[in-house]
Structures are given as C-alpha cells and as structure tokens.
Design a protein around this ligand. Sequence first.
Ligand code: GLU
Length: 293
Amino acid sequence: MTRRDAAKAPADAPTTGRFAPSPTGLLHLGHAYSALLAHDSRRAEGGRFLLRLEDIDPQRCRPEFETAILEDLTWLGVRWDATPRRQSEHWADYRAALARLDEAGLLYRCFCTRSEIAAEVARSPSAPHGPEGAPYPGLCKRLDPAEVADRLAKGDAYALRLDTAKALARCGPLVWHDAEAGAVVARPDLFGDVVLARKDTPTSYHLAVTVDDALQQITHVVRGRDLFEATHVHRLLQALLALPSPLYRHHALLKGADGKRYAKRDRSLTLASLRATGETPATLRQRIGLPAV
Ligand code: GLU
C-alpha cells in the first residue's frame, strides 16, 4: 500500500489529532510546543483533538504527574473532545493485538536479561547499530522449542519480540507519509526484533501507540523528530494488524539557550515553574514561536 489511508477518507470526514504524554514527569516547554502544534493544527481545520496518557511503565508513571499534565494542558488552552484514554486501563486491547500476531507466527518469547543482551552485543561490536542502539542479537530466536517449553514451565519471565524479517517478508515494502519528509520507505529492519510485550508490562510503546492511534481513529499524528524512526516500526505493525496509517508530522525539537533539547530533567523550564514566575499562555506561545490565538 503506497497511499496513506487518511487520504482515502471522504473529503468531509472529521480529522482527529492527539497528544500522548507519558506521566513520568512534569511537562516542559518542549511538550507545550508539541501539544500546541498538534492541537492548533487540528482545530484550524475544524478537526477533533484527543488526549492519551501513555502510562504503561509501572516503575516510572505517577498519578500526580497525570494530574499536573491535565492542569498544565488546560492552562495552555488545549481542549480535548473525549475522556482521556489511559493506556493502563486497556491491557485487553494490546493482548488481543499480540494474540493476532502470535497466531500468525510472528512473535517469539525472549527470556534474555539486559546484561545477557549487552554481553552478546559486545561480542560482535562491529554489528550495525539501529535507532535504538544495537538491535537484539537474536539469542532466543534460536532456542529450541523444548527449551522454551521448559523455561515456560519453570515460570521464567519473558518478553515477546516481533520476528521483523519474517513480518517484513509477509508485508512487502511499506511506505508512510510525513507532512515534511513526504513519502518515507519504512525501515523497521533497522530496529531488529523489537519488543512488543515487556517482561513487566503486557505491551510496549510501539504496540500500544499503534493500537491506540487506530482505536482513537487518529488521522493526524504530530510529534517530535525524536520519534521519526519509531514510525518505521509503527507502519509495519499497522500493516500486520490491518490498521490505517495516519498522516505524520515530526516537528523539530525545541532547544534551550544552551543549544540542548528540553528534557524532563530541566526543572526550571517546566510549565508549572514558568507559570509560578508569571508566564502566561500568551507569553509562552511567543517564547516558543507560535502565533497568538
Ligand atoms: N508518550 C510518548 C512520549 O511522551 C509520545 C508518543 C507519541 O506521540 O507517539 O514521548
């Protein structure tokens, strides 16, 4: 498929955008930029806008961050059209997607620890690195079924990985569409066999974001340039699960005066602290180069 599915919708069908923060810290200027770009672009076209809380990581997500995110977005002037979707309330959706991929023979169980993977990667340092570092070296792909059964019987924890080469062979070449980059040939092979369900959580970012964008009928995804490559994986999952592919826009990341991108660790530039020192939504828009409303 070479044309984006969003383009096949009737011309007057409503478009839908979203902002999908992870409640692992306070929002900073970079998040405000991303949220406002996504929100304003949909509203300018009379489209819908949704919020999704990507709280699959039980170690790092906290309810107080979620409360602060909702407060900050409301202060910014971002409005959403339905109750926010909280990923931790929808494990069944991700399990259903995993079951389909598993039935299609595209997943395998991976019992490796991080240190086992690191040691194996260190043994072949010349292997090419992908966008998320060294791709998984395939240890558990080669396990024989009897050993897998044995480890499952022992109750060993495992992640589920996608057999990316097999998946790509089934789908053939894939393209996704970016408002700035145009038609992009998907290269999920650069990531190797990505994790689709973690040992501690029955999904992963890649799976949850793909399933949710489809369930929330998102037609336009606006997010930071740091997620550009991840879209290669999302496009493959869309093809495997027969889901539509939204139109993407990966915006440049805002940088501070020191030339570094904003991150959750920059406490002074959280929206909460800026607000406390007299920033208004209007001065904030000016500061990040967005037009006044
Ligand atoms: N939850 C991701 C983050 O906070 C964003 C996911 C997305 O926009 O696709 O970085």
